[in-house]
Design a protein around this ligand. Structure first.
Ligand SMILES: C[C@@]1(CC(=O)O)c2cc3[nH]c(cc4nc(cc5[nH]c(cc(n2)[C@H]1CCC(=O)O)[C@@](C)(CC(=O)O)[C@@H]5CCC(=O)O)C(CC(=O)O)=C4CCC(=O)O)c(CCC(=O)O)c3CC(=O)O
Ligand SMILES: NC(=O)C1=CN([C@@H]2O[C@H](COP(=O)(O)OP(=O)(O)OC[C@H]3O[C@@H](n4cnc5c(N)ncnc54)[C@H](O)[C@@H]3O)[C@@H](O)[C@H]2O)C=CC1
Length: 197
């Protein structure tokens, strides 16, 4: 296997059932918080920061379940958290918190510090129920952003209708599992030019 293989394992998390802590309420804190809430508007999030940007305070008004705590981080903030995102301007604090999340087996993302991250955020294309996550293995977030724009342009806007129709067909097909796969493959073959199965 080549060195340039991307070994990251992608998952789609149900953040309304998990507890997330964001530390830092500046530009980067706001970027991470919006990435979370645009994807998962019901995400259970506590954000702690000594000073919270006004823009961030205004943004969370639309998400009443999000709790803002305008004070310095305390290690108790990690209690009962599943995921932590660090976005302060204090890299020593980040390294110290990371040691504790590791001991406590809490997954942690540290803004601008890939070697301290247990996971990266991806660039996300979203059209109805279709969601595509893009990773460049940390090589170029800007390339990830451009790929998102490209895919967003070429994926048809009626994709949700297609998905809804396919779900109905999927529910209505009689026969065993193999038969289902065969019918669904036939119906969807024309979606991909040149694909026969
Ligand atoms: C490793 C990773 C860890 C993580 O943050 O999770 C990481 C790390 C770093 N980002 C940096 C900078 C920038 N990040 C962006 C944007 C995004 N960054 C995101 C993810 C990731 N960023 C993870 C890897 C994802 C992958 O594999 O591709 C996206 C996809 C998702 C999100 O954050 O929501 C979101 C695009 C969302 C979208 O629009 O679709 C832009 C562009 C812009 O804002 O226009 C810039 C400036 C231009 C540039 O540097 O490229 C720096 C250098 C900081 C410095 O110079 O000090 C580091 C640190 C380093 O690389 O060492
Ligand atoms: N703004 C950007 O787009 C970029 C920022 N960076 C770097 O990322 C880091 C963060 O950037 P910004 O968000 O713009 O900084 P910022 O200064 O706007 O925000 C820092 C946040 O961390 C909080 N904070 C600091 N110490 C804390 C503590 N002990 N407990 C709780 N909260 C604490 C502050 O109160 C503030 O909310 C900086 O190191 C910056 O150099 C890097 C690339 C781009």
């Amino acid at each position: 296997m080549s060195d340039s293989q991307n070994k990251l394992f992608p998952v789609f998390l149900k953040l309304e059932d998990l507890d997330v802590l964001v530390v830092g309420g500046g530009n980067v804190g706001l970027e991470k918080l919006s990435a979370l809430l645009i994807n998962s508007p019901e995400a259970r999030i506590v954000l702690v920061a000594s000073e919270i940007k006004e823009e961030l305070k205004a943004f969370v008004l639309n998400f009443p379940q999000v709790v803002l705590k305008e004070r310095a981080f305390s290690y108790n903030d990690l209690d009962e958290k599943d995921l932590v995102i660090l976005a302060t301007d204090n890299s020593e604090l980040h390294a110290d918190i990371k040691k504790v999340t590791k001991e406590r087996r809490i997954l942690c993302n540290v803004a601008d510090t890939p070697h301290l991250c247990d996971f990266y955020l991806g660039s996300i294309v979203q059209k109805g129920d279709l969601k595509i996550a893009i990773s460049t293995n940390g090589k170029s977030p800007t390339m990830a952003k451009r790929m998102r724009e490209f895919l967003d342009d070429i994926i048809p806007d009626n994709i949700q209708e297609l998905l809804d129709n396919l779900r109905e067909i999927r529910k209505s097909i009689k026969g065993d599992f193999q038969e289902k796969i065969k019918v669904l493959n036939e119906i969807t073959a024309s979606m991909i030019a040149g694909k026969r199965e």
